[in-house]
Design a protein around this ligand. Structure first.
Ligand code: FES
Length: 161
């Protein structure tokens, strides 16, 4: 269910912890599994648990607790808008409303063309530049509706190339 390279990466993570604490490898192992498959299906979560030798309920607890894990297919671009206190006080609700309006989807949904998914997440540690969101491995800060519009346009063009 996972490639040899993903399994090798999980094995390297496993070396960081005592053998009896395989549960501690779950965070990394689920991330690696998600990177390969795009999201974590129930079967994939069970596979990861079995590979690490931990009860599958523990893997489901981790996978369903953290917003960085996707339990269903997501769009090519995933807007993870922080809705915690600093971002909220600086207009994250306006950013979320604008994104929903522009994309025609609600929070937790993906556009019909499979390009965009919108998520609301907890504090991402960039509070001084609120409101902000994560897009892939990038942080986009000091968001405004105008910046959002330019970004969506840029990503649509990028996807056509
Ligand atoms: S409150 Fe949004 S990054 Fe911390």
């Amino acid at each position: 269910m996972l490639s040899a390279s993903s399994l090798a990466e999980i094995d390297r993570e496993r070396l960081k912890y005592p053998p009896e604490q395989a549960r501690s490898v779950l965070l990394a192992a689920l991330r690696i599994a998600q990177e390969e498959h795009g999201y974590l299906s129930n079967e994939l979560i069970e596979f990861v648990a079995s590979y690490l030798g931990v009860p599958s309920i523990q893997a489901f607890e981790v996978a369903t607790f953290y917003t960085m894990y996707d339990l269903a297919p997501v769009g090519k671009y995933q807007f993870c808008v922080c809705g915690s206190i600093s971002c909220f006080l600086n207009g994250s609700d306006e950013i979320l409303a604008h994104l929903q309006d522009r994309l025609g989807i609600g929070i937790g949904e993906t556009t019909a063309d499979g390009l965009f998914t919108l998520k609301e997440v907890e504090c991402l540690g960039a509070c001084k530049d609120a409101p902000m969101m994560q897009l892939g491995d990038r942080y986009l800060e000091n968001l405004t509706p105008e910046r959002i519009d330019a970004l969506i346009e840029q990503l649509r063009k990028e996807a056509q190339r």
